[in-house]
Write a protein that binds this ligand. Sequence first.
Ligand code: SAM
Length: 240
Amino acid sequence: MSILFDLIRDLMTKKKMPSPVQPGACDDKRSDLGQRVFLNVGGGSKHIQVPSHYSGWEHVLLDIDPATDADVVCDARNLEKFEANQYDAIYCSHNLEHYYHHDVRRVLRGFLHVLKEDGFAEIRVPDIGNLLHFMVERNLGLHDIVYQSPAGPIAIHDILWGYGRQIEESGVDFYAHKTGFTSGSILDALTQAGFMEVVMLEPCALFELHLVGFMQTPTADQLDLFGDKTISRHKVDSAN
Ligand SMILES: C[S@@+](CC[C@H](N)C(=O)[O-])C[C@H]1O[C@@H](n2cnc3c(N)ncnc32)[C@H](O)[C@@H]1O
């Protein structure tokens, strides 16, 4: 009996729980930039698909949760203590909303610290502006379901404050959302942290913002990784 109970509990634990993020459509490109290494910040698990432009790259997964299969178990607010200049890219999907607003800048500064000087950070976060617009327009309630994820149905409340089932089952607050972004606020966060150019990309999923911050003016090869998904480019005026 207790073996069955343990099995059911094991299946329900956070390390077995699939991603509450809607499966992405960002798997259209392959990288020909050679052997590169990317840091997957708040990656959760190597079983969660990353965009195929990272195929062939070395994948280093960082997460605060020791129950994950992370290569580096740490709080991403401490990245500035790491060795500088190590990674060609950072992939950070549905993680930045897990920090208080005042900590986001610290996390992004950490990205700049560990990235190589021509590196970039690819970010995906919930699009709260679009979500609120959708909610008001359709007169929806907080607990109305807006899409199905591999982990189960996702309600507006889950997008705003974090996936309720995961927060409840894990019993840890790092699964809760502590801030949210609109297209303007995430763009400001990246440029104010020090990225020289930010490219807005088509989202991989519903109610999502998807963008890449470059340390330097991106090369043609780098832009080609995301090219057909580009919505807009924002260069920081270096005279400022
Ligand atoms: C919603 S999951 C996203 C997982 C995966 N990146 C995806 O797109 O499906 C958020 C992840 O951020 C991690 N996380 C939360 N706070 C963190 C922190 N302070 N430092 C590093 N990782 C953190 C959680 O443990 C969790 O694995």
